[in-house]
Design a protein around this ligand. Structure first.
Ligand code: SF4
Length: 379
């Protein structure tokens, strides 16, 4: 059933963008068909389980404090990667959701915007971006002079694919007065159609700067958009896209783990649905999760985002315990697109200097303008 929605880069595209936008209040009216499928499946599953058998919740995944102060020994392939990196004079940028083996050999680990800054600043001859396609594109947009490689070009994103540029262009043509605020998790073509870009870390600040006489269309994440609207009091139209991984977290699954660890604050990403955000002690971007968990006196935290984030939390705050936010079906939640990059694909990319992100200069320039506006408004 899922394969029917696989797009060109292997992502699940939202299928309800024919009437793409949820308007007014209640702010979020649209749900992607995929999310709807998940919820229907979950409801069906709950009925089945309650009538046929006792549900068996997945065992909680706990990452206790790191005992050893020494960095882990590198494997042969990791050493090979470091040698190739030296030979190519490459910089390796890894998103927080990458597998641990990749994070261990990266020069920088961070979120998509932070890594794009690193891409723009680097003196290296080439950039290897271990993340998904739109992130490597963003690195190319801000640093056009250098080749940008992505270990697996099929590392797409359900959220990015839920807002096809053609549908956004058509909607804008019908509604020319709209001011388009685009979450950075979108394609270069969508960025080029937008007025300003934002990240989950600066979205509130960016939306507050949009002139009050302009109607805002927020793309592509309806959950982040709803949260920003609630924080700012700004009414916005929301594009009905979502991250397939973050909508799998449910209130019921998080309640269950909180009963096990009542002292542990729940830290959730704003791409989660409202019922999960409402029960969180902190809703924030992955970068802010580091600061929150460092500064909060609690010894353990329930982390409600992609599980790769816990590798970074463990490295930077080794004295604390992290508990993976579960879904109804699994003890953790991995993004299958992020995990298309593997340590062997990273080695091959450095060795063969491909696959490379190629972009028309006209598109790059158009996509760069709203990113520059974001940077100006972020100060
Ligand atoms: S976690 Fe969600 S938003 Fe991030 S790359 Fe995966 S599908 Fe896209």
């Amino acid at each position: 059933m899922l394969a029917a929605n696989v797009s060109r880069r292997g992502s699940f595209a939202s299928t309800n963008a024919d009437s793409p936008v949820a308007d007014g209040s209640p702010l979020v009216c649209g749900i992607t068909h995929f999310a709807l499928f998940i919820r229907l499946f979950a409801s069906f599953n709950q009925v089945q389980m309650s009538t046929l058998a006792s549900p068996t919740p997945p065992e909680t995944m706990v990452f206790p404090p790191e005992q050893s102060k020494d960095p882990p020994a590198l494997t042969d392939i990791q050493r090979e990667i470091l040698e190739l990196k030296e030979t190519r004079n490459a910089v390796i940028l890894a998103h927080n959701y990458q597998v641990e083996a990749i994070q261990q050999v990266a020069d920088f680990v961070g979120d998509s915007l932070g890594l794009s800054y690193k891409a723009a600043e680097t003196n290296a001859d080439c950039i290897v971006f271990c993340g998904v396609h739109f992130m490597a594109e963003t690195a190319k947009i801000v640093n056009p002079e250098k080749p940008v490689y992505l270990p697996d070009l099929d590392a797409g994103c359900s959220l990015s694919d839920s807002c096809p540029a053609g549908k956004l262009a058509a909607y804008k043509a019908e509604n020319p007065d709209l001011y388009v605020v685009a979450y950075i998790n979108c394609s270069a073509e969508v960025k080029a159609l937008s007025d300003v870009i934002c990240t989950s870390g600066n979205a509130v600040k960016i939306v507050e700067k949009v002139p009050t006489d302009r109607r805002i269309l927020f793309v592509p994440d309806q959950n982040l958009g709803q949260w920003v609207s609630q924080q700012t009091g700004r009414n916005m139209q929301l594009w009905p896209g979502s991250c397939y991984a973050h909508v799998l977290f449910t209130q019921q699954a998080i309640e269950r783990v909180r009963l096990e660890y009542p002292e542990a604050p729940v830290v959730a990403h704003p791409e989660c649905v409202q019922s999960v955000r409402d029960m969180a002690d902190e809703v924030c971007s992955t970068e802010k999760m580091i600061h929150f968990c460092s500064n909060n006196p609690a010894e353990a935290f329930i982390i409600v985002t992609e599980t790769g984030m816990i590798h970074r939390l463990q490295r930077e705050i080794p004295e604390k315990t992290f508990i993976a936010g579960p879904t109804d079906f699994c003890a953790c939640n991995e993004c299958r697109f992020m995990k298309r990059n593997t340590i062997s694909k990273l080695r091959d990319t450095l060795r063969d200097q491909k696959p490379e992100i190629i972009m028309e200069e006209e598109l790059r320039v158009q996509a760069e303008a709203p990113i520059q506006r974001m940077l100006e408004w972020s100060h």
